[in-house]
Design a protein around this ligand. Structure first.
Ligand code: PLP
Length: 383
């Protein structure tokens, strides 16, 4: 393997504890490990999180959940027993046997979905749609019907009720306030139904980061006899979105530590003469003699092509011997050229940091015009 990722277990544990402290004593952290643990490797991260004390993990599909269950089982130690796994996107009937076999907890929001569970006992979390128009049941008549069906169905136990925020990175957003009011209505309906979920939850990373009223959900939950979860992914891995709209807001970001280091080997060093061009379509021309290093990483591994360098500058960079080595010319499928003119100690066989100390997912996201989520879950080193 010519490029690879390394994950720091102490840092992952530190972030989990930092989120738990920020979320408050009443909340339990559900560690989101979907999308291959945001590109960090789920079979590595899930056991690390369990060892650090996580009691809930979140995945997208039953297949992912089954893989997490297997990874937990393969790791030694009693801390893995009883870890709950929430399958956060909808499941279809073919996935139900795997769901039952691996003791996964599905998210449901339609009566039709509930009927798929008529054969086997299952604990479900109901998602309430308070504004995403994605998954979830609307408060009111639809939720009423769903709760009635749950009460009917002997095999189904209502274990959780939750919603998902649209704009939680916007501090003081009226959309969030509106969602909170709708979720309160939904929880009042649940209370009237006589069903007693064990868990209620709403917050993701940005909601924990920006919580204007950290007591809001715990106090609602208590009135139902339930506890709260916070479903955090991005912060676990040491990142956040920049909060919008309240400069100087005390911010989780400074207390988190990036967990991942993405490294690539230096395959060759060469000297360029002034006027030599670099890479496809010759987007970079050496203005004067230069020394460049060839790295064994490219866009097939998830290195965004938007980080390519131009003669005018302003591309991405890697770190080599603790210094910035700017990317020159177009990033290729499996190869990237960087400037090491100012790093005379650079040698073939050195290891460059593609993402890690000195170059962050937030910086890649800014240059590539996207969010750190997409940068991280796009990392998949080719063998
Ligand atoms: C992915 C996901 C999360 C985690 O979001 P972060 O912003 O990474 O903390 C939480 N809840 C649901 C439903 C998700 O799909």
């Amino acid at each position: 393997m010519n490029n690879w990722i390394e994950v720091s277990e102490p840092r992952l544990g530190h972030n989990l504890r930092t989120i738990a402290a920020a979320a408050g004593p009443d909340a339990t952290v559900l560690a989101v490990v979907k999308a291959n643990a945001y590109g960090h490797g789920v079979s590595t991260c899930a056991p690390m999180l369990a060892r650090a004390g996580a009691r809930w993990l979140g995945v997208t599909s039953a297949q992912e959940g089954a893989a997490v269950r297997v990874a937990l089982g393969a790791a030694s130690g009693a801390e893995h027993a009883g870890v709950r796994i929430l399958v956060m996107s909808g499941v279809l009937p073919p996935a139900i046997p795997a769901l039952i076999e691996h003791d996964l907890t599905p998210v449901v929001w339609t009566v039709e979905q509930l009927r798929w569970f008529a054969a086997a006992p299952v604990r479900v979390h109901v998602e309430v749609d308070t504004g995403m128009s994605r998954q979830g049941v609307k408060p009111g008549a639809d939720l009423e019907a769903l709760l009635a069906e749950i009460a009917e169905q002997a095999t189904v136990q209502l274990d959780g009720v939750f919603t998902h925020f649209v704009s939680s990175e916007v501090v003081g957003s009226p959309i969030t306030t509106h969602q909170q009011r709708l979720f309160e209505q939904a929880l009042a309906q649940v209370a009237r139904s006589g069903l007693r979920p064990a868990w209620v939850h709403a917050a993701n990373t940005s909601a924990v980061d920006n919580a204007a009223d950290p007591a809001w959900l715990p106090s609602l939950a208590r009135s139902l006899g339930a506890r709260t979860l916070v479903r955090t992914g991005l912060a676990l891995y040491g990142h956040t979105l920049a909060p919008e709209g309240e400069p100087g807001h005390p911010h989780l970001h400074d207390r988190l530590k990036p967990v991942l280091t993405w490294k690539a080997g230096v395959l060759d060093i060469r000297d360029l003469a002034g006027g030599d061009r670099v890479g496809y379509n010759a987007t970079f021309t050496a203005p004067s003699p230069m020394r460049v290093a060839l790295l064994s990483v490219g866009y097939a591994d998830g290195l965004r092509r938007e980080l390519s360098g131009h003669t005018s500058g302003d591309g991405g960079w890697v770190m080599l011997h603790g210094k910035r080595a700017p990317i020159l010319g177009r990033i290729s499928m499996n190869l990237t050229t960087v400037d090491v003119t100012h790093i005379p100690e650079a040698r073939t066989g050195d290891v460059a940091v593609v993402l890690g100390r000195g170059v962050s997912a937030e910086e890649h996201a800014r240059i590539a015009g996207t969010i750190p989520y997409e940068i991280l879950c796009g990392i998949h080193p080719c063998p």
